[in-house]
Write a protein that binds this ligand. Structure first.
Ligand SMILES: [Zn+2]
Length: 88
């Protein structure tokens, strides 16, 4: 498992409105701080738009359970390494 611990029963599937990144998180909340956007902010890489505040730009798309978690985790991990967003 890449995003969430093994054996977890429920997690949230999120998409960031800013960077478009999709990810899983054990927290299930309507909105979440995107880990990718906040990472970029941490490293202080200059973007075209200044983003001084880390906002909750990722929205919950779906709640996943049991085997769906593993399926999405695998697909999303592959999407990151392969850069392929056409699977969903
Ligand atoms: Zn983001």
């Amino acid at each position: 498992m890449y995003y969430v611990p093994d054996g977890i029963e429920k997690c949230g599937f999120y998409e960031c409105g800013d960077c478009g990144m999709r990810f899983l998180d054990v927290q299930i909340v309507p909105k979440l701080v995107c880990p990718y956007c906040s990472q970029v902010a941490d490293m202080e890489i200059g973007l075209d738009d200044e983003m001084p505040d880390i906002k909750e730009s990722a929205e919950l798309l779906q709640i996943l359970e049991d085997e769906d978690i593993e399926k999405y985790d695998t697909l999303l991990s592959l999407a990151i390494t392969g850069g392929d967003y056409g699977w969903i």
